[in-house]
Design a protein around this ligand. Structure first.
Ligand SMILES: Cc1cc2nc3c(=O)[nH]c(=O)nc-3n(C[C@H](O)[C@H](O)[C@H](O)COP(=O)(O)OP(=O)(O)OC[C@H]3O[C@@H](n4cnc5c(N)ncnc54)[C@H](O)[C@@H]3O)c2cc1C
Length: 424
């Protein structure tokens, strides 16, 4: 089935405005960056009665969110590494919160977000580390994974050794999630030219007095009580423009792999092959606009691949998939095409470059910088930022009449990749 399409306003050519029109708006908050973090926060602040606008420099989610596998993690990785400390425990609540939003029982109601899978599978190989990893996963998770019967196994896992488990983590399609959130707020989203069309005025470090946007002959000045940076990798540059240190952010490079092919060669699969404290491969599936199955492969291979060329990573991933998915499973890797993409994860700097285990925010002057750490933690970041912002002072602002270009949602990487190759 072709990928479902959702619609929000495409980037528009602004209707003609008088030359050099200059508009000024008072707001409670301006958000930079419309990935999952910024969009979820926009929804939260708007629902709490704030006058708020979101500024996007590219397409919504163009950094990490559109590249995400869409797994609503509940702590598997922390459980495997024995790092489920109190702050990491926050992630345990995420699957239930997301499920209620996706069912339309909690805000934001995400009933137009496509759920690719209601749960992930966990499986193992024959190695001792893999067997131990599976035991760890069963013991440590808040909702223990449940064994599935042989008949319920997905086609790709029919020949797996040991038990195949069902892990209570949904998988969403990031494209439809971004679209769902954005479509509730089209009037509050502005496309900006972050280089030539943006100036940020500060009184002192981290005290932003005004933000001025230009587009053709139009000029828009925003005076906001709070400026929130949720621009992923763009946070470093924006912090510099607010006279704040760029060292607050670390980047973690990833090189991930996509496979596409006919359903008979590449059946749908969502889940993790557990190996000791790692997930050897994490596979999520979707359908592209031509009706082919697409697998996105994450897990350890995406970190192994950082120093590899695309060809090396494809060869490495092929070996890893052959080892992780036993023969006779109905997966035919000789019939698929492969492509890779590099994306940096943007995170708050941690001592020793550790990975943060929770959503992170920094409050300096009237600037709040946020990194969700994971897509699954976007609701937690939004609540924490909204609590920091406090009560609305300005309140909802009528911005519906503003003529300004609006951002589109980024396309999934498998729709835009051009360098597909066979691995033979
Ligand atoms: C390959 C991969 C797979 C992942 N899989 C998962 C997963 O399965 N589950 C999970 O929970 N997490 C996953 N993650 C992590 C998750 O994707 C990120 O934590 C999350 O998407 C970060 O969202 P964000 O909104 O902070 O940043 P981004 O999604 O990067 O959004 C930042 C936005 O800011 C915009 N921007 C940049 N600069 C500016 C500027 N100067 N002005 C205005 N706008 C600007 C960008 O265009 C972009 O739209 C994955 C990450 C990667 C890379």
């Amino acid at each position: 089935m072709p990928m479902a399409r959702f619609f929000i306003a495409p980037p528009t050519i602004a209707p003609m405005s008088p030359p050099d029109a200059h508009i000024t708006r008072e707001l409670d908050a301006v958000i930079f960056g419309g990935g999952v973090a910024g969009l979820w926060l926009l929804d939260e602040l708007h629902r709490r009665g704030h006058g708020v606008l979101l500024l996007e420099a590219d397409a919504l989610g163009a950094g990490q969110s559109i590249a995400a596998q869409g797994i609503i993690h509940g702590g598997l990785k922390y459980t495997l590494t024995g790092l489920l400390n109190p702050s990491a425990e926050a992630i345990r609540d995420m699957p239930d919160l997301w499920r209620r939003c996706l069912n339309g029982e909690a805000e934001p109601r995400l009933t137009n977000t496509r759920v690719r899978a209601e749960f992930c599978h966990l499986w193992r190989t024959q190695t001792l580390t893999s067997k131990l990893g599976m035991i760890g996963a069963r013991k440590g998770l808040v909702v223990a994974p449940q064994p599935v019967s042989d008949d319920e196994r997905p086609a790709a896992l029919r020949g797996c050794p040991g038990q195949v488990m069902r892990l209570d983590e949904q998988v969403v399609a990031p494209y439809s999630l971004l679209n769902d959130l954005a479509s509730k707020h089209t009037d509050r989203l502005l496309k900006i030219d972050a280089e030539a069309g943006l100036s940020i005025d500060t009184d002192a470090p981290a005290v932003v007095t005004s933000i001025t946007l230009t587009d053709g002959g139009q000029r828009l000045t925003l005076r906001a009580r709070h400026v929130v940076l949720t621009a992923g990798n763009g946070n470093a540059e924006l912090r510099a423009r607010c006279s704040l240190s760029q060292d607050a952010m670390q980047r973690r490079p990833l090189h991930f792999i996509m496979l596409r092919g006919p359903r008979e060669a590449l059946p749908e699969l969502n889940g993790h092959c557990v190996d000791g404290a790692k997930t050897r491969v994490t596979i999520t599936s979707d359908t592209d606009s031509q009706g082919r199955t697409v697998w996105q492969v994450g897990g350890q291979v995406t970190e192994d691949g950082v120093d590899m060329s695309p060809d090396e990573l494809i060869a490495h991933t092929r070996r890893e998939l052959e080892a992780s998915i036993p023969g006779g499973s109905g997966v035919d890797l000789s019939a698929v095409e492969w492509a890779t993409r590099r994306v940096d994860r943007a995170e708050r700097t941690m001592p020793n470059r550790k990975r943060p285990d929770d959503a992170q925010l920094m409050v300096e002057g009237n600037v709040i910088t946020g990194w969700p750490t994971k897509l699954a933690l976007a609701p937690r970041l939004a609540t924490r930022i909204a609590d920091t912002v406090g009560q609305p002072h300005i309140g909802p602002n009528d911005l519906t009449t503003l003529d300004w270009p609006r951002p589109a949602v980024a396309q999934p990487h498998w729709e835009t990749a051009t360098s597909w190759t066979t691995a033979d």
